[in-house]
Each structure stands twice: as C-alpha cells, then as structure tokens.
Design a protein around this ligand. Structure first.
Ligand code: ADP
Length: 240
C-alpha cells in the first residue's frame, strides 16, 4: 500500500492563489477528511493530485511523483476520483457500468458473462458496494446513494489504490450516509483515501483525522474534536 505525500502544493489561476503552499501526508491505508469553507481550495487540491490543473510543488503517491504526469497516466498509477455528481452511465446497467470501468468492454460483456460468469474483481466490487441485488438495473434508476456507491465500485474495478472522494454523502439519507461511512472504512483496508466532506455529523461518526483548509492553506489538522476546538477554525467558520 502507498501513502500520499504533498509538499508545498501551489495552484494559481490568473494570479489568484487557489492553493498556496499545502503540505499534506496521508499514510497508507488511512482516511483523511478535508474540510473548509467554500473556496478554501479543497477541490483544486484534488484536481491537482489527479492532474486536472497545473500545479507546482510535489505530490507523491508512494514512490511516484504525480505532478507533471498526464491525467490518464495518473489514473493508471491507481489514483481514482469521484465527483459530487456521480459520473455513471445512466442508461447502462450496474454490471455494464462496472464492466466498462474494468475495461472488459461493453460489446464483449454478454459473451464473457455467458462463458465465465462475472469476473472476480467485478463480483468483489459489487459485494463491497452492496449492489449485488441490482446487477441488471439501469444505473439511472438507482437511488442517489447507490449511484455514488456504483461510482466508487467503478474505481475499485479499475484497481484504484488512492481514492479521492468529493462530498460522497451530499444529498444522502441518514441510512445512506451510514452505509457510505462503512463503505469508506471497508475500502480503506487496502487503499489510501481522501474525502472532501462538510457534514459534521458524518465527520464526528466516521473521521479519524481531519485537515482544515482555508484560503488555500492548511489551517488546522487533528481529530474532529481537536479541529473543532481550534480557535482559528472557529473564527473561520463563524465568519462564513
Ligand atoms: P473548495 O472546493 O474548497 O470550495 P475550490 O478549490 O473549488 O474550493 O476553489 C478555490 C478557489 O479557487 C475559489 O476562490 C475558486 O473561485 C477558485 N477557482 C477554482 N477553480 C478555478 C478556475 N478554474 N479558475 C479560476 N479560479 C478558480
């Protein structure tokens, strides 16, 4: 398992400093929650790790430097990311979505399934995300939470070893949040995970370590209780 090590990360948009020198270490197998007010730089940080925006500094995943690496290569190195709106193929079934993500190919699927059954990694992902009963259901008809889990499943079959999840419980029911908290715990057994999340109830229940970003910098870091008690954090949140 590999960890994430970010040093002096900077992202500047037309002179505006969105991320202004962030250091962040996530040990292999840890889950790190990123919080901070709107505009703090959380999404931009994740964009920089996944190669979507130009950045300076260093982002190491294990031994590999990700900065300067092309987006598709970063994905191939095992870095997977979800977005606030689940990016699933709505007209295809759960299984077809996983099949495409796994690279088995849509056309080949029927034949492969007939001959060999469901590939082991797809079956494992289905069980992990709790959608074994929805195999043949069109992704567009899934509940909101299930779509988010499917998107995570698509990263699992791609063999992602660093998962970056952008507000995975936004809009979810209470039960869906709990299931997502458990899912994150499960996937982190052999993966490193970074989660952008605002939901304080969720953080109190499921977060071990939290990093607070503000104005493109790390404002505070620690347990949920520690960062909540930090006067700097209180000031920022009271001011918003
Ligand atoms: P967060 O995810 O913490 O809400 P973002 O990373 O989305 O914050 O944004 C950080 C800051 O960078 C914001 O002020 C935002 O307006 C700015 N920003 C983000 N993307 C761009 C862009 N492509 N061009 C210019 N400014 C941007």
């Amino acid at each position: 398992m590999d960890g994430l090590s970010i040093r002096d990360l900077r992202v500047v948009f037309d002179g505006f400093v969105a991320v202004g020198g962030v250091d962040l270490d996530v040990s292999p197998g840890d889950v790190r929650f990123l919080i901070g007010p709107n505009g703090a730089g959380k999404t931009t940080l994740v964009d920089a790790v996944t190669g979507l925006v130009k950045a300076s500094g260093s982002v190491r995943f294990g031994e590999r430097e990700l900065l300067g690496t092309e987006v598709h290569r970063i994905a191939r190195l095992g870095v997977g990311r979800t977005f606030q709106t689940a990016a699933v193929f709505e007209n295809l079934t759960v299984l077809q979505n996983l099949d495409i993500a796994a690279g088995t190919g849509r056309g080949a699927w029927t034949m492969i399934r007939r001959r060999r059954g469901i590939p082991e990694n797809v079956q494992e992902a289905l069980e992990t995300i709790g959608l074994t009963g929805q195999l043949d259901q069109a992704a567009g008809t899934l509940a909101h939470g299930q779509k988010q889990w499917l998107e995570i499943g698509m990263l699992l079959v791609q063999d992602a070893k660093l998962l970056l999840l952008d507000e995975p419980v936004a809009g979810m029911s209470h039960d869906e949040r709990d299931a997502t908290g458990e899912l994150i715990g499960k996937v982190s057994r052999d993966r490193t995970v970074v989660v952008i999340e605002h939901d304080m109830d969720f953080l109190r229940r499921f977060a071990q370590t939290v990093t607070v970003l503000h104005a493109g910098r790390v404002l505070s870091e620690g347990t949920v209780a520690q960062v909540q008690a930090d006067p700097k954090v209180q000031e920022v949140y009271m001011g918003t």
